[in-house]
Design a protein around this ligand. Structure first.
Ligand code: NAI
Ligand code: MG
Length: 491
């Protein structure tokens, strides 16, 4: 026993714990100076271009095309040719092979895609690496499995592809939304013209390289870049059979008006203002993690974000205390740093929208809390924020902020929780935290939302259908339900 050294009686003075930067290398990504549109398996030289930047540094990354109506037309023609000349008649088992290949190549190249996603969109690398990429690959694997089983999925209904699908996606999960759109469309035998969001085109353009590697027949997937004008040209194109849109409620409504009476198929996945409901019997520390994941994941740029926290009054003080303490540990900064929890806001425009709504919250009388936080000098940033003393009528309780901003309300009884949770024009998602299984079931039944998570939040699986109702849109993505919008039936 004598060789055991006594411990020093005086421990060193406590220092603050700082994580050393752990930067993911950018070297895996090779950017081109300029990108065209991917039409009929070839790069089409764009007539007009604009610069796409990194929102964390404002660095210019590449020049990309702003597709005109004529260029959109070329893409639709290519998609129609590919549809008629083979793709729609290919046996499902053959289509499945391409989808499996795409899934495997995404897995193989996932680091490259994750870095590019974080660079162009501002999300933390640990999220693009651990969430966006695995889920995007999983989606292709999942729908590859359905491609030869459509007759089984819809027995006696003779499922057939719809034709050319026009797909318009947002900037919050660029590659993942691409996967959600393209995988079921191809599994069902359709061809595609997809338009990524104007601020985040680069992973969609890199994906064209995957399509070539997978030897997908030319024209089955075409990608045109550009802003809302390009999207509008795709929506109004006569030879598009179906539009799938994910984005703002405002644009979704405009598209619905545009398509009314045309016979074109439409699915809309729009905004949300989800309630995350915490009962007094919930495991509070776990609930705090769920609240943080619900609203600060991806800087709150999440349509199903738990942006309205409903807390039972008896645990209010305790829960808010824990939440504020947890907030002060979030690391905001360089998206390519593996320690970063909250990255950059996607664009200047989105930052201004967040700032406007936060100013409105203060003005209307809510109490704001932001942990001390040093933000980088360049780029677009917003400190994780909590508003307490929020009334249901405030804009921050009604409107989608789409940023790292949580509005806290309270309730006394389950009935009051349901009433407040449903007091919104949206209906995309909700969360319930309680130890009682019966309460989970009764809440899930009464909450008017497409997805209800219990004792978890923001959990996704390709087998699980996702979508909303009311002003959150209609149609489902994921699961067997996600095939339906891409099929027509004989009856
Ligand atoms: P947005 O709805 O304008 O953009 C989404 C996509 O639609 C983009 O690809 C865009 O180029 C395209 N687009 C825009 N106008 C179009 C038109 N007239 N016809 C066809 N396509 C069109 O959304 P934005 O302006 O980027 O964000 C505004 C707000 O919308 C956000 O603050 C957020 O609240 C909400 N939003 C919700 C999303 C969701 O996942 N539910 C995604 C993005 C934004
Ligand atoms: Mg817009």
């Amino acid at each position: 026993m004598t060789d055991i050294q006594p411990r020093k009686s005086v421990s060193p003075a406590p220092t603050s714990w700082e994580y050393a930067p752990a930067l993911e290398s950018r070297d895996v990504v090779t950017l081109r100076e300029r990108y065209g549109h991917f039409v009929g398996g070839e790069w089409l030289e764009p007539r007009e271009t604009y610069a796409t930047i990194s929102p964390s540094s404002e660095e210019r990354l590449a020049e990309v095309g702003q597709a005109t109506a004529e260029e959109v037309d070329l893409a639709v023609v290519a998609a129609r040719d590919a549809f008629s000349n083979g793709w729609s008649n290919l046996p499902g088992s053959e289509r499945a092979k391409y989808l499996f290949r795409i899934a495997r190549i995404l897995q193989e190249r996932s680091r490259e895609f994750a870095v590019l996603e974080s660079l162009n969109g501002g999300k933390p690398i640990k999220e693009s690496r651990d969430v966006d990429l695995p889920l995007a690959a999983a989606h292709f694997f999942y729908y590859a499995g359905w491609a030869d089983k459509l007759e089984y999925a819809f027995a006696n209904r003779r499922p057939k592809p719809v034709g050319v699908a026009g797909q318009i996606i947002p900037w919050n999960f660029p590659l993942l939304m691409l996967a959600w759109k393209i995988a079921p469309a191809l599994a069902c035998g359709n061809t595609v013209v997809l338009k990524p969001a104007e601020t985040t085109p680069l992973t969609a353009l890199l994906f064209c390289d995957v399509l070539r590697q997978a030897e997908l027949p030319p024209g089955v997937v075409n990608i045109v870049t550009g802003d809302g004008r390009t999207g509008a040209a795709l929506v109004t194109h006569e030879d598009v059979d179906k539009i799938a849109f994910t984005g703002s409620t405002e644009v979704g409504k405009a598209i619905q008006r545009e398509l009314a009476g045309t016979g074109k198929r439409l699915t809309l996945e729009l905004g949300g203002k989800a309630a995350n409901v915490i009962f007094d019997d919930a495991a509070l520390d776990q609930a705090v993690e769920g609240i943080v994941n619900g609203i600060y994941f991806n800087q709150g740029h999440v349509c199903c974000a738990g942006s309205r926290l409903l807390v039972q009054e008896s645990i209010y003080e305790q829960l808010i205390g824990k939440l504020k303490r947890r907030l002060s540990t979030l690391r905001v900064g360089d998206p390519l740093d593996k320690n970063t929890d909250v990255g950059a806001i996607n664009s200047k425009m989105q930052l201004e929208r967040i700032e406007e709504l936060v100013a409105a919250g203060k003005e209307e009388g809510a109490e704001i809390y932001q942990p001390p936080c040093k933000l980088p000098e360049k780029g677009y940033w917003f400190v994780p924020t909590v508003f307490t003393n929020v009334a249901q009528s405030y804009r921050i309780a009604q409107e989608e902020i789409f940023g790292p901003v949580l509005s806290v309300l309270t309730f006394r009884t389950p009935d009051e929780a349901v009433e407040k949770a449903n007091n919104t024009m949206y209906g995309l998602s909700a969360g319930v935290w309680t130890e009682k299984g019966s309460r989970i079931l009764s809440m899930a039944q009464r909450l008017r939302a497409g997805v209800v998570w219990a004792n978890t939040y923001n959990r996704f699986d390709p087998a699980s259908p996702f979508g909303g109702y009311r002003e959150s849109g209609f149609g489902r993505e994921g699961g067997r339900h996600g095939l339906e919008p891409y099929l027509s039936f004989d009856e």
